[in-house]
Design a binder for this molecule. Structure first.
Ligand SMILES: *Cc1c(COP(=O)(O)O)cnc(C)c1O
Length: 356
């Protein structure tokens, strides 16, 4: 199969750091596994991928990604099931989104099957780094950036694709407080909001910090034209339950990142017969629903946290309290179902888990 078509060079490390890691206290994204995968693109083609000891890169100061931001990434997770198998959650969707980000950023498209195979192989090499503890997982970061050492502006001719992994614990321990942002924007029509590209995150730091200074963990982004429609929450998609219906901003807008967690939440809810509306969601209807008690649940959906319950929403100087997290039947049920799937306690009817 693919294994035969892609030759991957594997140079295993001489000295594993595994025994020095405290797997009971894992901060998010600060502990790195022994190996990384690196694959260059030059002369119009991908070179042989290499798995080697995790370590620093040596870059030319004119490396074009640093100056002009041709840089994209993915975020995904591997879990250890109860019977010790290691599974990736919907990696084909990350591969597809990565290819779309490549396209939008004028980067060579990495074929989807190769993306999945490279991720699978790296996780297999570092399988002992996949945590055993429930709620913990191996976070996987595939990324690609332009490497031409040239300060003229044009799409680079050369690129690096890399993957590294981090054993991680819980992302947010506590429910989050968010503020509806009505001045700054994350993305605009015709822009790059749908691509998982570096500059989107750089642009969000300043408004996010202002929000934090006002006591909020994250911002709820609104549309860049009227600030009337809700788009996302921080670096997660946003989902509401109002009058028993699951309501989430539709992805037709190219300002919204197409999240795999959100897609999965929607598909699970539909499978259970919950009414789902993917459409434009106004700030006004959400505020009204909080005030009249019809809003039952609100949460962020993303790979890092899976489901991050929203406790409070700040809007025009007012802070509105949402129903207690324990009362949120649907999101708690979806969260448990997704956990059970990844741990192999639920049968994987939809074939979302790929064995490593
Ligand atoms: C990655 C990301 C998400 C969530 O996507 P998942 O595939 O669920 O992890 C949502 N919004 C933004 C802006 C993101 O970068």
């Amino acid at each position: 199969m693919l294994n035969e078509t892609i030759a991957i060079h594997v140079n295993k490390t001489e000295s594993s750091r595994l025994s020095s890691v405290d797997f009971d206290n894992l901060p998010f994204g600060k502990v790195f596994s022994d190996h990384m995968l690196e694959m260059d693109y030059k002369d119009g083609k991908w070179q042989t991928p290499v798995i080697k000891t995790f370590g620093a890169l040596n870059l030319h100061p004119a490396t074009s990604a640093i100056h002009y931001g041709q840089s994209i990434f993915e975020g995904m997770k591997a879990n250890r099931t109860e019977n010790g198998e290691i599974v990736l959650f919907r990696p084909d969707m990350n591969a597809k989104r990565f290819a779309e980000s490549c396209e939008r950023m004028c980067m060579p498209v990495l074929p989807e099957e190769i993306f999945v195979e490279l991720v699978r192989k790296l996780v297999e090499v570092d399988k002992d780094w996949v945590p055993m503890k429930e709620g913990y997982s191996l976070y996987i970061r595939p990324f690609m950036f332009a490497t031409d050492d040239f300060i003229g502006i044009k799409p680079s001719d050369t690129y690096k694709f890399l993957i590294f992994t981090c054993p991680v614990g819980m992302y947010y321990a506590e429910p989050v407080n968010v503020k509806i942002e009505e001045y700054y924007t994350r993305a605009s029509h015709g822009g790059v909001g749908r691509a998982k590209t570096a500059g989107n995150y750089a642009a969000s730091l300043f408004p996010a910090r202002k929000g934090q200074q006002e006591g909020f963990h994250q911002l709820v982004w609104t549309d860049g034209v009227e600030h009337k429609y809700i788009e996302e929450s921080g670096t997660m998609n946003i989902v509401f339950v109002i009058n028993g219906k699951l309501i989430t901003p539709s992805e037709d807008s190219d300002t919204i990142l197409r999240g795999i967690t959100k897609r999965s939440v929607v598909e699970i809810a539909q499978k259970w017969g919950v009414e789902v509306e993917e459409r434009k969601v106004t700030v006004e209807e959400v505020i009204t629903a909080i005030k009249d008690g019809s809003l039952q649940e609100a949460f962020g959906a993303g790979t890092a946290a899976t489901i991050a319950p929203i406790a409070k929403i700040g809007y025009r100087g007012e802070v509105l309290e949402l129903p207690a997290v324990e009362t949120r039947e649907l999101s708690n049920r979806i969260k448990n179902y997704m956990t059970d799937l990844k741990l192999g306690r639920e049968t994987d009817e939809l074939k979302w888990c790929l064995k490593v």
